[in-house]
Write a protein that binds this ligand. Structure first.
Ligand code: KMH
Ligand code: ZN
Length: 274
């Protein structure tokens, strides 16, 4: 089977240093974590930005520093978040797309997010999709719930999203689709022809659903954004530790991790000039 594309979601917007002391916050720490993850088998880094005090920001100036810190250390495919943090406005969330990243996330609908709402109005999704395409980036369609998959299929059929699409099934957010094998199988059954997909299981399901994706021919996202533990009661020591484990599972299943160069070819991204 084809190589395994591992995405490292290094920091996210919700977890704090108090919960996970190894969480990278500064641009330099995010750059170092990215390089460690690539050495461990990751091809893509999913980036969020933080202020020095750890609070989330979508400030393009901070993202610029992060991207420079990543690119100075490794060849990872740079994927910026347009999700940001719950409560941020659309214009604020879109800011890092202006930096011409290789990929950007695109959430395909609204979902309850714990006690809050992760709001994604159709007009905003459409504007994000246009901006991502205009900047020459590939969208990763974030699917938190079954209705978002239906929306993605409809929009792809209408040509409002570029094909072939790349999906990320984000399962186990309280308010979204549960992180069960059945939920994953349903979403996989709905994939349009030619699409690629990855799965981001929350908490302990990062490992179980990731292992399923290895068997099913999908790809896997791991990292502190979605899970801070290595096993029950034991915090992971780094993002790279989580990457190393899923890379090994991939190797054992004859799906060695894709390098960034191989992953670019698989996802139809232009190769970067050295
Ligand atoms: N922080 C979440 C509310 C994304 O990166 O595109 C949204 C999120 C999705 O993390
Ligand atoms: Zn994210």
């Amino acid at each position: 089977m084809h190589p395994l594309v591992i995405t490292a979601a290094l920091t996210g917007a919700e977890v704090g240093k108090a919960q996970q002391p190894a969480l990278p916050i500064t641009p330099e720490d995010i750059g170092i974590a990215a390089a460690e993850c690539v050495a461990a088998g990751a091809a893509i880094v999913h980036l969020h930005a933080r202020r020095p005090d750890g609070t989330p920001t979508q400030d393009a100036a901070v993202y610029r520093e992060i991207i420079a810190a990543v690119r100075a250390r490794c060849d990872a495919i740079v994927q910026v978040s347009t999700g940001g943090a719950v409560g941020m406005g659309a214009a604020e969330r879109l800011a890092p797309v202006a930096l011409r990243p290789e990929m950007a996330t695109l959430s395909m609908g609204s979902v309850n997010f714990g006690d809050e709402v992760f709001l994604n109005l159709p007009a905003d999704i459409a504007a994000f999709a246009r901006a991502i395409a205009e900047q020459g980036a590939k969208a990763e369609l974030e699917i938190f719930d079954a209705g978002m998959m239906a929306t993605a299929r409809r929009w792809l059929a209408k040509g409002l999203l570029a094909s072939p699409a790349h999906f990320d099934f984000v399962l186990g957010v309280p308010g979204g689709m549960p992180a069960t094998p059945e939920a994953l199988m349903y979403l996989v059954s709905q994939l349009p022809e030619g699409a690629t997909w990855t799965v981001a299981g929350m908490g302990a399901t990062q490992l179980t659903l990731g292992t399923m994706a290895v068997a099913l021919g999908g790809h896997v996202r791991v990292g502190f954004e979605d899970n801070i533990f290595f096993r029950k009661g034991e915090l992971a020591t780094s993002n790279a530790q989580l990457v190393r484990r899923i890379a090994e599972i991939g190797r054992l299943a004859e799906r060695a991790p894709a390098t960034p160069t191989v992953a670019r070819a698989m996802l139809g991204l232009p190769q970067r000039q050295p």
